[in-house]
Design a protein around this ligand. Sequence first.
Ligand SMILES: CC1(C)[C@@H]2CC[C@@]1(C)[C@@H](OP(=O)([O-])OP(=O)([O-])[O-])C2
Ligand SMILES: [Mg+2]
Ligand SMILES: [Mg+2]
Ligand SMILES: [Mg+2]
Ligand SMILES: [Mg+2]
Ligand SMILES: [Mg+2]
Length: 542
Amino acid sequence: QIQSTRRSGNYKPTLWDFDRIQSLTSVYTDEKYATRASELVVQLKKLLCQESNWLMQLELIDDLHKLGVSYHFDNEINQVLNRIYLEHKYCNNEERDLYSTALAFRLLRQNGFRVTQDVFDDFKNDEDEFEESLGGDTEGVLQLYEASFLLTEGETSLEQARLFSENLLKKKLDDEVLDEFLSSLVRHSLELPLHWSVQRPNARWFANAYSKKSQANPILLELAKLDFNIVQATYQQELKEISRWWKETELAEKLSFARDRVVENYIWNVGLLFKPQYGYARIMTTKLFILITVIDDVFDVYGTLEETQLFKNATLRWDDEAIDQLPYYMKICYMVLDSFINEMAYHVLKEKDVLVIQDLRKTWGDLCSAYAKEAEWYHTGYKPTMEEYINVAWISISAHTILTHVFYLISNPIEKEAAESLRNYHDTIRYSAMVLRLADDLGTSPHEMQRGDVPKAVECYMNETGASREEAREHVMFMIREIWMKTNGERFRESPFSDDFIRSAADLGRQAQYMYQHGDGHGISNPEMEERILGLIFQPIV
Ligand SMILES: CC1(C)[C@@H]2CC[C@@]1(C)[C@@H](OP(=O)([O-])OP(=O)([O-])[O-])C2
Ligand SMILES: [Mg+2]
Ligand SMILES: [Mg+2]
Ligand SMILES: [Mg+2]
Ligand SMILES: [Mg+2]
Ligand SMILES: [Mg+2]
């Protein structure tokens, strides 16, 4: 049936209004802070390279990652890990312990070194099960848990390690009194393991936790706080510019049914493009996220079936005649989108001498075609099978559109082979899209089903198998783990893409798992998300 009355997304107005964003200010733009930070970086580089104890080096590398400052030490970290890998210290020293073995395994694999899961065989009994006696070593079991998320397809020993360590850690939280720092780490990782966590948004949490650690390194703690606050000052300037652009479009007023989520859309890009030097890229990809959010609501909430087909056609043809047929509110969307695409294409042409306008239009045409398919299903009441749904929804989640913009903004030069792989929806894109889609469905589908939307992964699984909602959610989490196994395997295969792009693709999925950890953190604020945003953008670490 064709909807006669218009629906709205019933989304609340933004929590962060224009004036509040424009009033953001920080003392950390002062040069003296950057000077102090670079002094601390020099001191820590010396400490890292001159440390004779390889386990201490690994612990420092892990802390640098957790505190969001490892980007200052990329070369030194690679040198240290390379030496540890070549000298095989982590797997043939007599007093092998689980803690150092698991820590080394994770850090080496994360940096692309092939370490076999067999290093954990020494910790198993004759029945090939992990020794119960390991339960006494909480730190070691926690490291085993973290390491198990690096598994690739077929590595059953690591899957076994995940189950073994997860059960033990949960029991410890219930039965034992752990020291405050350790129990906070255990709780944090049981919610989201390190390998599935975006760096920068989690840095503040780790800085707070780390300050409770006995023998915390004071230089490291000072750098972590200082770097966080300096980068936060940069974020504030970027957000002000985006907020001014959003206000000038007047889309919040003209399309009041849609989500007005400037800050939340920016937070996605803090996770996706966390290096400070990617400022312009963050500004552009946030504008992109804002447009995707609005146009997604046009298709999911407000547009009639007929109108959604018109908008789809306009993004397939990009000619004036197609625009004329659009209703006013869609003309508005189309014109903002068209000028954004031109702004993007002009920047890439100016900076990198490549004309990408066709690529940008194509990915939007693909996205709106997927949107239109879902709208058709919704309006006609068709219930897709899980397979039919996934084939459309891994496109409609907009990962390819997002990563196309990331690619053209951070790649220099733009490699032809990589651009071709991107156009062909390379597996790196598909895996990122699948994690984003499945995490998004877990976080947003309860609200989407209330207002009316196409059945999502959870609902499709329930329709197809008769499973309960809880069983269906479990199955979707299983699907996310499966995708991560494939993503982890990609790390060891030849790739046409740069390390930074591969990382951004994985971080897009990680950011989704972060945004939806406590419900729909994007569309419907929750206390945890609100606190995270205050900590990331509005309040420096003291
Ligand atoms: C950034 C995004 C991932 C993209 C735009 C806002 C999102 C949070 C999501 O919004 P949602 O309505 O949940 O997407 P979908 O479920 O309609 O595909 C789609
Ligand atoms: Mg220790
Ligand atoms: Mg609104
Ligand atoms: Mg939607
Ligand atoms: Mg949608
Ligand atoms: Mg959704």
